[in-house]
Write a protein that binds this ligand. Sequence first.
Ligand SMILES: *[C@@H]1O[C@H](CO)[C@@H](O)[C@H](O)[C@H]1NC(C)=O
Length: 777
Amino acid sequence: MNKKAILCVILTIVCSFRAFQLYWSSTRELRSTDGHSWLPLKKKKVFTETTRIDRLKNDSIILDIHLSRYRPKGHTHHFLHFIQSIIPVVKPKFVVVTGDLTDAKDKKRVTSQQYIDEWDTYQQAIEEKVDVDWYDIRGNHDCFDLPSWQSRVNYYRTHGKSAGLVEQGKGVYSWQVNQPMGDYQFVAIDACPKRGPSRPLNFFGYLTSKTMDQLEKALTYKPFNHTFVFSHYPTSTMVFGVSNKGRTFRDLASHYSLGDVLKSYDPVTKSLELELGDMKEHGLYRVVAVDHDLISFVDIQLPMKQIAKKGPVNALGLVYPMHSNKSIIWPEIIHPPPSILITNPKDARFSIPTKEPLWRIRQSTHIRFLVFSESDTQDLSVEVSIDGKVHSEQALFVGDTKNPLWAVAWDASLYEDRKPHKLSVKVTTIDGVVGASSSVFRVDTNRAKIKGGSGEFIIKSKMSTVLICISLFTITTMLCLLLIPKFYAPQHQDDFSSKNRMNRLLLRIHTIDQVTTKSRYQRLQKQILIWSLRFLKLPQDQVTVWYITFFYILALLTLPWFRADFIPSGDSLAERYGTFYMWGMVFANEWVPIADTWLFATDQIVFDIFVFFFLVVWRGTDASDLTCRGGLNDTSRHVKLRRQMNEMAWFKGLEMVYWLWRSSELIALSSFYGGIWPTLVQNLLVYWMLFVGAVLGWGKNGVFTKKKAKNRFLYLVEGCVSCQQQQQKQDMYTDKTTISDEKKERQYTSSTSITATTLTQEEEQQKVGRKKNTLKQ
Ligand SMILES: *[C@@H]1O[C@H](CO)[C@@H](O)[C@H](O)[C@H]1NC(C)=O
């Protein structure tokens, strides 16, 4: 048995234990402390349907803003317009800002920190003009470069509207709207990491077991007609802990109707996630209404044409729209066109069959919609059409000053063909300004496809899980590809079984080569054989490369990758400097299980390790290692080899460019996290890149490696008839003087199964001669 290989396997097992231990401690905060199983519990159904019909209208606005001191386009500017000109028109019951209140990026958008003036603008603008309820939560931008909740740079704590609620509820707060027709609950979740690294490794959010307890409390406290959950992070970019009762997020998600992320419907928890575009660039906000317990929403854009492309900047070039007395410099009032939110029949793409009384659509007597407009209702002309045909009934205003509700009589039974239909509403003001909205509805309570494309897919997959799987799968694959051939590596110089194995592989390759027209299967088979040969050769041909790659992969699993100044705003070194593990970050001996480490790890493992590993193994053979002598043109007896793609100069050039690109990515890391020391010096990845660079340059078949005469060697494969025949012909041809030399060589190698031979000098001369001839022709 191969002792070294066994030692390596034992080492791998030991490292796996250590890796598991790291995983275990890094996710401690996500697990329940009571020792409950973290397997999902059986779900209980919470909502029961009744058949009462009455009216409810209740709307809210949701947005994502990014106030930025450096960006005069959009951002702050849009926000001020929104507060000044939209809220008075829509008159929502409340506004929810789902995070990224500020942008927190620097001028060049490289680094990030919390700027107090962005927060001042936010706070001041709300104080001056907002007279509806306002709820906010932090997004990842609001916790860039944030040492802790208590830190002085956690400006949300001092400037955010709902900071008190977040603090009290340990990251989760809720409010209720109780109306005669029903009770509604709204829950907001702050999923920011406890310690927020600055950009770019701060994209994922997580909920600790404690926060999950809070969420569980909020969601199961009493049945509501609907519960809405707001969070900055789509569930796909969050890592969820398990509550003390052992509940996972999935269990809890079945208790709410609507989350606020990408548009997707989860068939398991039967809840809807709706992502909202942003306010900063696209000026988007969402209005949500509940009508007879049917939830509808519309995403509306600010009237961009009326808004100057660039907002004003102050003398320093910063966006800071404040007078010296600290009051906001408001932009000019804008006049949004009428916007329409159809509430019945609700859009079938977003229906939630188990939580909404969708049968009410079929029984309804009227189409209902809200029209938000500055104009008086009598100055609006409304046109309703279904499937492109103008509806015959007249739309009537049935609302009041707070509820701009309109209704049109209809006969829902006309649309009972189990197909989706299109409803359009067009509203024209007296000045000829038009607003329009349309929806797809069904009266048979079925859902219509969301057609969200990739967006819908992304929301359905848990990104952190996908990343963890890719990383660990790649690592396992590489370890197998390293370890298995190690067992077959020769123990000593003349290891027959190992050489026999090589010979057998080569023989099979040569046999396939003799077939003139190869089937697809044969070609595939040949590739598999060639790659097996290459992997087998690695531990004997490139011993150092093998060992370094092996140890490096184990190091990635068990050791810290690098140390860096992740939170420059921290007051002490312990607050600032974090240690990066694949499993999470450690600050002052405390794990932050932020999933960004996996994003970074996947990128490194796939592009910096797997790709280079693959390139190095590929170089393990060159064309002369694989070509059968019998395939040569026997009349001229010279070798004309088709080179492997990776032997071409252009390919080697590409390899170098790739290496430079990957190295520059690492250098970029230092510009984010505190410069060369410690980010680059205390960094495993840097040493790996240096090693890889050296191997590509000066290793086997490297760019700068001198081509040995080996290039003119061809293996004589035992058992290959074609090789043998060619050899005999060569023997007959070869001059007596050179034959003695060659005989010596063959005698030396005849004890082994593979024999190599060189082309004779004569042949070489002939080759040159032929070249000349062809030139002459
Ligand atoms: C809200 O729920 C209650 C209790 O289940 C029910 O009686 C009521 O009809 C619901 N409200 C609406 C608008 O459906």
